[in-house]
Each structure stands twice: as C-alpha cells, then as structure tokens.
Design a protein around this ligand. Structure first.
Ligand code: SAM
Length: 193
C-alpha cells in the first residue's frame, strides 16, 4: 500500500529513505547518444535517483553532469563501468533488485505493487539490449507497450514509484550547489545560495 500523498518538500536524502535508486545505462554510442544519455542522467538526478552507471568509456557525460551537480546541488554521480553483468550480479548479491525498462515488459500499472525493494537498479537501453538482460532482471517493465523514449520511460517510472509511496519527487530539494531557482509565474529568477 502506498503512503498518504502530500505536497511536502523532500530532500534527496529523504527520497532515498523510501527507495535508493541507481540507473544503469546500456548501449550508449559515443557519437549518437551523447545528448540523450545526458538527458537520462539529468532526469534521473532531478527525480531523486542516486547516480548512473554508464556502460561506456565516454567521459563527456560524467563531466557535464558533474558541472550540473556542482552548480545545482545534490550528490548525483555518473560512474563509467566496463562489465554491466558484473554490476548487476554485485547489485543482486548485496540484496538489491533490478528493473529493466522495455516496451516488451509487463505494463507498469499492472506490476507497480510488486516493485518493493530498498535498493533498485533501473536499466535503460539505447540500442537493442543484450537478450540475457531479460533473464537477469527481476522485473521487465513497460511504460505503456508502445515504443517511445528512455527519458520518458525513466521519468514516468521514477515519478510513479515515488508517488505510489506518497512522495512527491518534483518537490525534491537539493543541498549544496551554488544557485537555486525561485519559481516565478513570469520571467526567470535564480539566486545564489
Ligand atoms: N530499439 C531498441 C530495442 O528494440 O530494444 C529500443 C530503443 S528505445 C528508444 C531505448 C530504450 O528506451 C529501451 O531500451 C527502453 O529502456 C526504453 N523504452 C522505450 N520505450 C519504452 C517503453 N514503452 N517502456 C519502457 N521502456 C521503454
């Protein structure tokens, strides 16, 4: 059962109290996917994930996300990895669960009540993912059984998981950083912290 829904603000650390979430980005192609992989990381960070494991030696993503974290706060990280299967194995051996986002999976509304864990690794692909991933994952989950985007799928699953537990992820506050936005009906207001 989800907790009661409120519009409190949450610190990133409080979001982690309900579920620690890390993203595993597979199949990143250095030339082609730089922008979308950056958007995967930005979306994960904005919606309270802890960090992203990147199955690539592309250092550009790490650099641009570190710049965002330095300016806008929080402790989101990007870690380049070389062996995604080992990462999944280690994650599971330490008690975590793995949710693979795929349009071929069980539709999210039909499975969300089963996704119960303190440590969740969410896998998103770029190009076609290795078939064995379907067997390694605890849940193969579709965000609607239609093709769309890893950014949209990730945003929706992070939002649905949080709100199912009574957390409003769009109210997350990020500690540290240099600046913050003052929400404004017109114009832009950014203040130094
Ligand atoms: N053509 C690739 C394939 O056949 O696996 C998929 C490309 S798709 C743009 C990239 C990623 O977006 C997928 O690996 C998956 O993680 C995610 N994705 C796209 N549509 C999805 C959906 N309806 N539900 C869940 N994830 C989805």
């Amino acid at each position: 059962m989800g907790r009661t829904f409120t519009y409190e603000t949450y610190k990133v650390s409080e979001l982690f109290e309900f579920m620690r979430t890390v993203i595993l980005r597979l199949g990143h192609r250095v030339q082609r996917d730089q922008r979308i992989t950056t958007h995967v990381a930005l979306t994960a960070r904005a919606l309270g994930a802890e960090g992203m494991l990147l199955d690539s030696d592309d250092s550009g993503i790490e650099k641009s996300i570190n710049e965002v974290t330095q300016r806008w706060g929080g402790s989101f990280y990007v870690r380049r990895i070389t062996n995604w299967k080992n990462e999944i194995r280690n994650w599971k051996e330490s008690g975590g669960k793995v949710l693979h986002l795929t349009m071929y999976g069980v539709n999210l509304p039909d499975i969300i009540n089963e996704v119960v864990t303190e440590n969740l690794l969410i896998v998103v692909g770029a190009e076609k993912v290795p078939p064995e991933l379907y067997g390694l994952a605890d849940w193969n989950v579709a965000v609607g059984n239609q093709p769309h985007s890893e950014v949209a799928a990730l945003a929706l699953v992070l939002d649905r998981l949080a709100t199912y537990s009574g957390i409003e992820p769009l109210k997350t506050q990020f500690g540290g950083g240099e600046v913050e936005i003052v929400p404004n009906r017109r114009g832009k207001e950014v203040r130094e912290k």
